[in-house]
Design a protein around this ligand. Structure first.
Ligand code: ATP
Ligand code: MN
Length: 463
């Protein structure tokens, strides 16, 4: 029986003797005495299918055009493999060349390339071992995210990407305009007349879907957003992108303790799913990228996250026998070095820090009775630092209004957000997980640019 259109991962499960057609791209070609070995990969799994071309099986003219990078359909019969590392290989009967590739100029050579170089060939890097594994893991993470929330009755909501309020205060924003930058309409006092702009006012790319998410949580109880998020922070760090993907659940009738538990269960669920579906990819990362990947993952799945308050965390940092680049004192916004010290050195597992000083957190976080701290939480993970940021939201109208005024925010812009506190306000909480930070955590990849298909960072938007 001839089968068509199989994925290579399915071919590996078929019995010896099955006739198959495999399609994919050549990873390597090796010529040996009387036989040629072709490693074929279609992205469906880590392992390449080995195709064996015996002398005379395929015309010379065809074989000449087959090198690394070529796209082929190979027909043949599955035979037991003599080589180590695979159970079956493909004994070749026929090869169709969809697209040849000149192996002497093909940029993705079968050798170790630097991550920097691979970023320059982002149109080809998905075909490499490393990026094949990265994007399969990323895909599995996304599936697990939807599965987790859907199984728990959360409504998936699409919050807007273009927003007219620079309200969230989560970071610097990209402007969106159709005004002619060479010839800006002016107001009487020389400012820009945004009344003439597309939306009739300044507008931006969203930094978070949370505020709109709260609207939906006030109708559907539990919701989540999962979409692109933009921050114009000019920080060239290995943990920040200008365009990234964020998952933001928002839950009614939920306080900070519930929020913390959901976050922990959520992260463990994603990990379990990825271990379940992408083990060969994880093993690759463990071998070639970071030899602590598998250990960390199993450890996290088995241990409870550590919970400390911000005040306790600062005490721990003050006692640390260590010199800091950024000095420690109650009230500071913890830097990556502090976060990583807590999770990597002190507690050696993910840490949830709660109850931060109100001055360093957003206006919408619920004020504690001490009047000094708010019901914020950050989840810190080894190697990454902050992976989740969240809070219980301020549901009391007057307290919220007072905070908006104290922070000199434009009260009018928040009319609908305040309305939610006037009509059927409920205690509620939520958090944001950066998808790319999660993928970094699972793969051990060191730079966030290498866990998103086409990274957007200061000065770089090729592809
Ligand atoms: P950080 O302190 O690391 O810059 P943040 O406090 O600005 O993050 P939040 O506003 O709490 O981040 O956003 C929620 C989550 O989104 C973060 O925990 C992180 O996982 C992710 N995140 C935030 N900014 C970025 C970015 N520029 N690139 C990638 N992920 C990000
Ligand atoms: Mn944060």
């Amino acid at each position: 029986m001839i089968r068509t259109g199989e994925y290579i991962k399915d071919i590996f499960t078929m019995a010896v003797g099955t006739a198959v057609q495999a399609r994919g791209w050549v990873k390597t070609r090796r010529d040996s005495k009387g036989v040629i070995f072709i490693q074929l990969n279609d992205g469906s799994c880590f392992k390449d299918l080995q195709a064996v071309v015996e002398q005379g099986a395929i015309p010379e003219e065809t074989m000449r055009q087959i090198g690394t990078g070529a796209c082929l359909k190979i027909s043949g019969e599955l035979v037991a493999s003599l080589g180590a590392g695979q159970s079956v290989e493909l004994k070749v009967r026929d090869i169709l060349i969809y697209g040849p590739a000149d192996p002497t100029t093909y940029p993705l050579q079968p050798k170790r390339h630097s991550m920097e170089f691979l970023r320059e060939i982002a149109h080809l890097r998905p075909r490499s071992n490393t990026f094949g594994a990265v994007f399969r893991v990323r895909n599995a993470v996304c599936y697990a995210i939807h599965k987790f929330f859907q199984e728990r009755g959360f409504l998936y909501v699409h919050t807007p990407i273009i927003t007219a309020s620079d309200a969230e205060g989560a970071g610097a924003m990209f402007g969106v305009t159709t005004l002619d930058l060479m010839n800006l309409p002016r107001t009487e006092n020389g400012g820009i007349n945004f009344a003439e702009d597309f939306f009739g006012r300044p507008s931006y790319l969203t930094v978070s879907g949370q505020l709109e998410g709260e609207i939906f949580a006030s109708a559907f109880t539990n919701i989540y957003t999962f979409g692109p998020t933009f921050r114009a922070e000019n920080s060239n760090t290995p943990r920040h992108l200008a365009e990234f993907w964020m998952i933001e659940p928002e839950m009614s009738f939920c306080d900070l303790d519930d929020n913390r538990r959901v976050a922990e269960e959520f992260l463990k669920y994603i990990i379990a799913h990825v271990v379940d579906t992408c083990l060969p990819d994880l093993e690759f990362f463990n071998k070639w990228v970071d030899d602590t990947v598998l250990e960390t993952i199993t450890h996290v799945a088995e241990s409870d996250f550590q919970h400390v308050t911000y005040t306790e965390a600062i005490e721990v940092l003050l006692k640390a026998d260590k010199s800091w680049e950024f000095p420690v004192a109650w009230g500071i916004d913890m830097q990556s070095e502090h976060e990583r010290y807590l999770t990597e050195v002190v507690f050696k597992r993910p840490v949830v820090v709660t109850d931060y000083p109100k001055e360093i957190k957003a206006f919408y976080m619920r004020l504690n009775d001490d009047g000094k701290t708010v019901r914020a939480m950050d989840v810190l993970a080894p190697r990454i630092g902050e992976i989740i940021g969240g809070s219980q939201r301020e549901e009391r109208h007057d307290v919220l209004l007072e905070k908006i005024r104290a922070q000199h925010l434009p009260e009018e812009a928040y009319w609908w957000y305040l309305d939610l506190r006037k009509y059927g306000s409920a205690p509620h909480a939520g958090f944001g997980l950066g998808l790319e930070r999660m993928v970094m955590y699972l793969t051990g990849m060191k730079n966030i640019r290498d866990v998103i298909p086409f990274p957007r960072t200061p000065g770089s938007a090729e592809f």
